[in-house]
Design a binder for this molecule. Sequence first.
Ligand SMILES: Cc1cc2nc3c(=O)[nH]c(=O)nc-3n(C[C@H](O)[C@H](O)[C@H](O)COP(=O)(O)OP(=O)(O)OC[C@H]3O[C@@H](n4cnc5c(N)ncnc54)[C@H](O)[C@@H]3O)c2cc1C
Length: 398
Amino acid sequence: MFSQYDVIVVGGGPSGSSAARKAAEGGVRVLQLEEHTKVGRPIQCTGLLSLHGIELTNTREDIRLRPITGAFVYAPDGTRLKMGGNKLQAHVIDRDRLDQQMMDDAKAVGVDVRIGLKATGWAPGMLEAFEPATGQVYTFEAPLIIGADGAHSRMANWAKLPRPTKKVYGVQVLVPYKAEREDFVEVFIGQELAPNFFGWAVPAGENTGRVGLATDDGVKGARERLNKLLAERYSMDILSVQGGTIPFGLPKQTVTDGVMLVGDAAGQAKPTSGGGIYTGSLCGQIAGDVAASAIKAGDVSQKFLQAYEKGWRVKLERELNFGWHAHRLLCHLSDDQINRVFEWLTMPDVQAILEEYGDIDYPSICMKEIVKHPSMWADLLKRIPAGDWVKAALSLAS
Ligand SMILES: Cc1cc2nc3c(=O)[nH]c(=O)nc-3n(C[C@H](O)[C@H](O)[C@H](O)COP(=O)(O)OP(=O)(O)OC[C@H]3O[C@@H](n4cnc5c(N)ncnc54)[C@H](O)[C@@H]3O)c2cc1C
């Protein structure tokens, strides 16, 4: 069965729906494919979305479960740091309903959405898809494909585009949970607890919380460590389990002739938090705009599509690269050194900067302020090893 479109978006997550909507708003014929029959399922997300993300995705009020104003962050030695608490920073959301809303928004502007259809092959100008429910194979023609097919992007492989340089595995459970403050999340840092990433607890329903942990220690490592965290601090009365891969570390290139990659497929999640809804949606919107322009110009060459590559890098590359260096630094820190960083973080002048400039999506803004204060900066350097991150931090001030 053949059908013709201008643009095909593979993937029904936030990045794909943002790209599809923008392309359709630009006046071109768009098909969006999602392999699962239930949009947003299985959920692979904690659903913490910054205010930038809420605004960008137009997240409906009824999808916002809880307002979040701050975090209790725990050091390996148990020291607890209170960050924020005075102003709204984020919302805990219902992730599957957000995916559905974003897909509905795309449909509303004319995107032809097909769910339960899995892209199974690509050649320039052509995409093959399979519908498990009917056994039907479809062939679609379109000069331009947007690969928004997530962490394990097949589109990236078919188009021979480079992959993100790092991945961590996150596992999360829903458990009975009583928050000390319902507008706070909890974050646990430590190489013993969650090697090279972190653990978390986020209030969700009335008396439930999403407790999770991500690490580069493999799936088994993540599960075992999460069980330890649950046994020590929370409940083993597990109501549901979710898990997934978080890729980051920017690939050198995200476009080639007739193909653009967005979101997790392009490694656009934040290396500091693993959050990818905001960044993926932002890049998806840019990709959708460029897709519409490319179709109207009759030019889907890599050269034309560089407008997307350049567009998203102008908005995010510096921040994501800073996050990458911060992540690399964390990978080199012992628990003892992390404890010493926490001592530094509790200093009143550092706290004042965090309070004023803290931003979940743009942590480099805080670092930019810190390097402006030589004594504060020197004190930090005394506590942790030098490395590329120092250059990255200093470059923020320029
Ligand atoms: C445990 C965990 C917790 C997280 N918590 C947060 C958080 O709190 N906040 C946050 O911002 N981010 C979080 N993230 C990251 C966030 O979930 C991703 O960055 C985000 O989903 C990326 O969106 P996307 O649209 O690029 O990819 P996805 O949301 O993965 O969407 C890709 C879609 O493509 C579909 N697909 C794949 N292959 C095909 C194919 N061949 N044919 C058709 N369809 C296909 C998939 O079914 C999927 O629906 C978390 C991730 C994990 C693993």
